[in-house]
Design a protein around this ligand. Structure first.
Ligand code: GAP
Length: 444
């Protein structure tokens, strides 16, 4: 069916109205580059993270999860090259004093804010790490950074995991957590923010095996995209040119996505060589070499790094799922979310809220369905059509209604319910056990 493509406005407005994502500290006028996740946003985010964790950690024998501290010894960020090199080019307008990223300007001679020509100064490098102080002493020795990527926490734990688990190469570490970047110009809702969340993997390989591992991870990333409902047609791979790659990378592919505001980076896949382990080895004085027990050979492993931004993934999921169509002569907007990521898996409703026997039976049905998944909502407000619309808008795949036939008014229909499908609006009559099975299969 033809449907209207989502604009960013549609997504921002639905996210706020229905409790997915709010502007950060909104009652104080907000804080640029920060967002707060509401009840449905948290559920969607956790579902995406849990699918990622299951696929890339729990279902594999070669992956180890970690959850490292956000604050790290600042020497780690000196060794990784972030203190000296994690910067963006900044220009300032001498007329309006606004600041911009030099590499994002449409015309380097015109200020995008006040429109004056020739007022943008020379570009200077602006380090994007947030610095703060630890403890009661406030001099320079107390400076630490909020981590700009979760990766750092994994490199410094490489030796710990090797010593505890003795994994064989290749193996990887995985982590989901916050990272912070003092972006010069946060923009496009949750696309470019200052406080972000990443799901990252550092996969350690023998140097000669990096290409095969890189290719395998490329495929795995695409498969994950499919699982969470990102359409193939909206995903594109960009081989990043040497001059645009991060300082640690010898090969990078950006997975780009067709967002409502254009084709932009969704995820990255990088070959970080032995850059990080070697740098940390040198700076810490600790050996990070890996001893191959069979060959008795000592090597510093090389690294393939699949990196996923959680917010950018959510925005891609929401943009892909947003639909507007006509149903029953009315225009409706809905989210065609994969049941696996949908915050609510089904809604149960008594046909009439003032009939205690219907309400009681519907509560029983809900309890039964919650054995399949706890995220089964209850709604008895307003007429049934309005309840359906509310669930459509938040992407609930199924609505289940308990009516007089459920109670046995037509004896052969006793203990059956109607199950309505979100996308088509079609309904079918089935037993409570069959309804449970539908939900089980949809989220499996
Ligand atoms: N450890 C590698 C690394 O951090 P990156 O390309 O700088 O590489 C990885 O970031 C991913 O993190 C990006 O592909 C994107 O999904 C997400 N990301 C980076 N900066 C972001 C920002 N300011 N706001 C939201 N997501 C961001």
């Amino acid at each position: 069916m033809e449907h209207k493509q989502a604009s960013l406005e549609d997504i921002v407005s639905l996210s706020k109205r229905r409790g997915f994502i709010y502007p950060g500290s909104e009652i104080y006028g907000g804080l640029a580059g920060t967002f707060d996740y509401g009840p449905l946003g948290v559920a969607l985010k956790k579902n995406i993270e849990n699918l990622w964790w299951r696929r890339f950690v729990e279902e594999r024998d070669d992956m180890y999860g970690v959850d490292a501290a956000i604050l790290m010894n600042p020497k780690a960020w000196e060794a990784s090259g972030h203190v000296s090199g994690f910067s963006d080019p900044l220009v300032e307008c001498s007329n309006c004093k606004n600041r911009f990223r030099a590499d994002h300007l449409e015309d380097p001679n015109v200020c995008p804010s006040c429109g004056k020509k020739g007022t943008l100064g020379e570009a200077r490098q602006f380090n994007m790490m947030f610095a703060t102080k630890v403890g009661a002493i406030q001099d320079d020795s107390a400076t630490v950074y909020l981590r700009p990527e979760t990766a750092g926490g994994m490199f410094v734990n490489f030796k710990n995991v090797v010593d505890s688990f003795h994994p064989k190469l290749p193996f990887g570490l995985a982590q989901i957590g916050k990272a912070f970047r003092n972006e010069i110009a946060p923009r496009d809702f949750i696309f470019r923010v200052r406080e972000l969340e990443q799901m990252e993997i550092e996969y350690f390989v023998k140097p000669s095996e990096w290409e095969a591992a890189f290719e395998a991870w490329r495929q795995s990333m695409l498969e994950f995209g499919k699982e969470i409902g990102l359409p193939d047609a909206a995903m594109h791979e960009l081989e990043v040119e040497a001059e645009d790659r991060a300082h640690y990378s010898k090969r990078t592919i950006d997975f780009e996505f067709d967002y409502p505001f254009g084709r932009k980076e969704l995820w990255g896949l990088a070959y970080r060589t032995d850059f990080d382990l070697s740098a940390h080895q040198e700076a810490s004085g600790q050996s990070l070499a890996y001893m191959n027990e069979e060959s008795k050979e000592k090597i510093v492993p090389h690294v393939i790094e699949p990196s996923f931004g959680v917010g950018r993934t959510m925005l891609a999921v929401l943009a892909s799922a947003y639909r507007e169509d006509e149903l029953g002569g009315e225009t409706r907007s809905y989210l065609a979310l994969s049941p696996k990521v949908a915050p609510i898996k089904a809604m149960v409703s008594p046909l009439l809220k003032n009939k205690p026997e219907l309400v009681e039976k519907a509560k029983e049905v809900r309890k039964e369905l919650q054995k399949v998944h706890p995220a089964i909502a209850w709604d008895d407000n307003g007429n049934i059509g309005k309840r359906y619309r509310r669930q459509d808008e938040i992407g609930t795949p199924f609505c289940i209604t308990v009516d007089f036939d459920t109670l046995g008014e037509t004896p052969e229909l006793a203990d059956t319910v109607t199950l309505r499908h979100r996308d088509s609006g079609e309904q079918e009559r089935l037993s409570i056990a069959e309804a449970a099975e539908r939900i089980r299969q949809a989220i499996a």
